[in-house]
Ligand binder design. Structure first.
Ligand code: SF4
Ligand code: SF4
Ligand SMILES: [Zn+2]
Length: 580
């Protein structure tokens, strides 16, 4: 995935991260920090520090926050089976902390350890003090120096050499296995001494980071403000979600001086603290705030769709895009410019969309992101530089805020939610009863497998289970040459279908005791059958009809037959059809 270069550099002089080439404090050239792409950074807040303390205490017997209390620390979220972060101190990745998916606990892997699969405590060879001294001088570990061998030590695999206190001294390649000992010769070929990395001594804090990046940030901020100024006089909204990125986008919009309205989309799954925080922020900046409320749309549709998944995000369409479409239709006849705090680094789709884009699901919305090419470290520096109050959920250790049970979150993050938010427990109860009702194995809930409709390979092989695919309407086409007959696995509501079929030109279909559709319109016809049967009333299609022929009644869309001109323009992205 290409997301632009990762700009994390370090000033070894001042011991702070640098976004550009030079440090604005000492003017010296910065050094590139080697981190795993794509590069999603933050400074550890309270909840992150607790995770770091827990993992370091457990494995290395030290208190992270005490040892590194005066140093600048940066975290880099990296891809992995579950929540994983590189810990950067002094411009070096000193360790990776991860939510261990196998054991459902926090685990720590000192930097060079990532290749080993098992847990540190069982992959060690304890050496005697004389051997330790010799290793520190650059020698390998010889067989007579061995005191104890951990259970998972394997020949030709990574192993830690630890001292009497179980403190790792070095990492090397083992020449022996637990059960295959040797009397003499080399036991471990040492690769790294654990104190190999010299972390610069200088103290640092956020003020120093701001100083060291002042010119770079100023340049980038001005560019973003200029971009927003171009919207002056246009119908402009700022979408404020209560997250860090939209906070920065909102603040840049305020600085630009243009006139805009702020909207907050309450999906019905927001943390209550987020809603309070958004209102408080709106008051503080005296914003003209509209709350677009999806109401109970999620829960009303949960039975129909089942739990949402990463590969099955019906929730976004129903709870976000539907209400936004309806809002835009109500507030404008033409295009509305929506300033959104979206960044390319967040995902591939986002990186492809550029700074200005149209949303194929939401007619008339033109999205603009003034921070499209910012990385998350810039976002955090901006927030601290301008003294902005951020959503309190970040202090709990979340990297992003949003719906409380969003399936795109890792289990490590959902655990934080579970421990701090009662609603999540209700959600878990729902999942358990759903699993029971559908004969789904327990792991579906305990390992968060519900977050996929079809499991990724590594989970499929681990759990011997493909995932739980929800059943929906199935349609069979019988080919009569120029016409098709449609058969379905369910009874079709013909009153609704007759109404919805108005979308097609007259004479292109017949609905009597059979459903017959002209070959030319067969694909649209099938979509109409799904829309007729499975419509969830999101209202997305209503935004595409310029004759105002579509309306919502009792949670479903209907056609005003007198207004409809059978133009088929309303046929487009629809969740009932997309997630069939
Ligand atoms: S047919 Fe129903 S589900 Fe599909 S877009 Fe229209 S309102 Fe939404
Ligand atoms: S867009 Fe409106 S007028 Fe055109 S087919 Fe759909 S409902 Fe009818
Ligand atoms: Zn410097």
């Amino acid at each position: 995935m290409f997301l632009g270069k990762i700009n994390l550099n370090w000033c070894d002089n001042c011991n702070v991260p640098i976004l550009g080439k030079k440090c604005d404090i000492c003017n010296s050239e910065s050094r590139k920090v080697n981190v795993t792409p794509p590069g999603d950074f933050k400074f550890p807040l309270k909840g992150d520090m607790e995770i770091l303390d827990e993992s370091f205490k457990d494995i290395l017997k030290i208190n992270f926050s005490e040892v590194f209390s005066e140093k600048v620390i940066v975290l880099n979220r990296i891809p992995g089976p579950d929540r994983s972060e590189e810990i950067i101190v002094g411009g070096y990745v000193i360790a990776t902390v991860m939510h261990d998916f196998n054991n459902l606990r926090v685990a720590l892997r000192p930097h060079f350890y990532v290749v080993a699969k098992e847990h540190l405590k069982d992959i060690f060879i304890q050496a005697d003090p004389v051997a330790i001294e010799s290793i520190k001088k650059g020698n390998n570990l010889m067989a007579p120096g061995i005191i104890k061998i951990g259970d998972y030590v394997k020949k030709d695999r990574d192993v830690f050499i630890v001292n009497d206190n179980k403190i790792p001294i070095a990492l090397g390649i083992s020449r022996i296995s637990k059960n295959e000992k040797i009397e003499k010769g080399m036991a471990v070929k040492v690769k790294f001494l654990m104190d190999d990395i010299k972390i610069p001594d200088k103290k640092g804090d956020i003020k120093k980071i701001i100083e060291a990046n002042r010119n770079y940030m100023k340049y980038r901020e001005e560019k973003s403000v200029e971009m927003i100024k171009k919207l002056d006089g246009k119908n402009t909204l700022v979408s404020f979600s209560g997250g860090k990125d939209s906070l920065v986008a909102l603040h840049l919009a305020i600085r630009s001086g243009i006139k805009f309205k702020t909207v907050f989309l309450n999906t019905g799954l927001e943390f209550k603290e987020t809603i309070e925080y958004v209102k408080k922020t709106a008051e503080k900046f005296q914003l003209d705030l509209d709350i677009i409320d999806a109401g109970k749309a999620f829960f009303l549709n949960l039975d129909h769709f089942g739990p949402p998944g990463r590969d099955y995000r019906w929730c976004c369409k129903v709870c976000k895009l539907g209400p936004t479409t309806r809002y835009i239709k109500e507030h404008s006849n033409g295009p509305i410019y929506m300033i959104i705090g979206q960044r390319a680094y967040e995902s591939k789709t986002r990186s492809n969309s550029g700074e200005i884009w149209e949303n194929r699901w939401v007619p008339n919305q033109i999205g603009i992101s003034p921070i499209q090419n910012w990385n998350s470290l810039m976002v955090w520096i901006y927030i601290f530089e301008h003294g902005l109050e951020y959503n309190p959920w970040y202090d709990n250790g979340l990297w992003r805020t949003g719906c409380f049970m969003c399936p795109s979150q890792d289990l490590g993050d959902l655990n934080i939610v579970k421990n701090n938010y009662k609603e999540y427990q209700k959600w878990e109860e729902f999942l358990k009863s759903y699993a029971k009702k559908n004969n789904i194995p327990d792991e579906w809930v305990s390992y968060g497998l519900w977050r996929w409709n079809l499991l990724p390979k590594f989970l499929k092989s681990r759990f011997g289970f493909d995932g739980f695919k929800r059943t929906s309407l199935e349609i069979e086409k019988i080919d009569y040459g120029t016409r098709f007959e449609i058969k379905a696995n369910n009874v079709i509501d013909l009153v609704r279908l007759k109404n919805m079929m108005n979308i097609l030109p007259k004479n292109s279909y017949e609905i009597n005791n059979k459903i017959i559709i002209d070959k030319r319109f067969i694909d649209i016809g099938i979509q109409i059958i799904y829309e007729s049967e499975e419509c969830v009333g999101c209202g997305i299609c209503t935004g595409r009809c310029d004759k105002d022929a579509l309306y919502l009644k009792n949670g479903k869309v209907w056609i005003n037959e007198e207004r409809c001109i059978h133009c088929t323009k309303c046929i487009g992205p629809c969740p009932a059809y997309a997630f069939r």
